[in-house]
Design a protein. Sequence first.
Length: 320
Amino acid sequence: MVGAGGAVVVAIAALTGGSLYWTGYIGDRQGVIAQEINTQLGSKGLGNVKVLVDKQWRATAEGLVASATEKDLALAMIREHRQLKEPISDLIRVRPTRAELQAILDKAAADTGIPQASAQIDDSLTTITVGGADLGPETRPRIEQALNSALSTTGTSTQVRFVYTAPSAPTAVAAPPTHDETMTQALNEQLHAAALSGVSAEFAGAGRVRLQGTVSSPEQHDRAVQIAASQAGVSGVIDLMQVAAPPPAATSRDPAKLEGEINRALRGNGLGGITALVADDFSVTLKGSANSAGNKSRAFQLVRQFPVQGSPKDRVFVVE
C-alpha cells in the first residue's frame, strides 16, 4: 500500500509540475512562446518586429515596419497566441512616407539657424541633398548631426547619405585665391597626375588636408596619403577615402562567398568592427560597432555596392 501511495504522490507531483510549467509559473514557458512568435514573424518577412513576454504573460512588440498593413499583420499574428494577456504593448513603428520625412527635414534644417539651409530627400529615401549659403567643411558636420537626430526616431538616419549642391556663383568680384586655395589646387593637380582622379583634396585649416573620394586599391589609397603628407606645411591628413569594392564575380551569387567579399571590403576600409551576415535570399544584416556615425554610414554605403537584396538591416552601435 505504501508503494502504491508513493506512486500516486509522484504522479500528482508530475501533473502539478507539468501544469505549472505550461501555465508559466515555473521554467521559462514565456520565453519559449516568445521565440515561437518571433520565428513566425520572421517567416512572414516581419523579422524586424520582436516580441518579449514577461512572467505575467504580458507581451511587448517593438520594431520597424514598412506600412500600417505590416503592423496590423504582426499584431494579428501575436494575438493568435491565447496565452498572452491583452492589451499587447505596441511599440511597433511604421516607416514614414517620403512627404513625412521631407517635413521632418524641413523643420530640422530651419532649426539649425544656418542661413538658407535646405535638405531634400530622394524618392528612394537613401540620399539627402543639402544646400545653403554657408555649408563649408566646418558647417557640414553640424547640419548632418541635426538631420540625423531629427530622423533617428524614424529608423532612416542610419541608411541615408549626404550630398551637397555646388554653391551659387558670387555676384561680387572674386577675391584673389588664398594660400590654402593655391595649395589645394596644386595638390589636386598632383593627385590627378598620379592617376588618382577619384580623390579630391581640401585644406581644413591648421595645416591639415582632408582627402575624400574613391580609389580602386589599397595601394592607391596609400599613394594618395603619401602625396598629401609630403606637401610643405602639411601637419596631418584627414583620411575620408574609400577603397572601391571589386566588381562582383559570378561566385558572388553564393551567399557565403558574397558575405566573405563584403567583410573583406569592410576591413579594407578600416571598418573591421562591423560584420556583414548574408542570408540565403541575399538580404544583409550589419552587426557590430563603429567609432562614429560617419563610419557607420560608410559601412552601409559600401554594402550597397554589392548585389544584395534590399537595404541592409541595422544592428550596428556607435561607440564614440
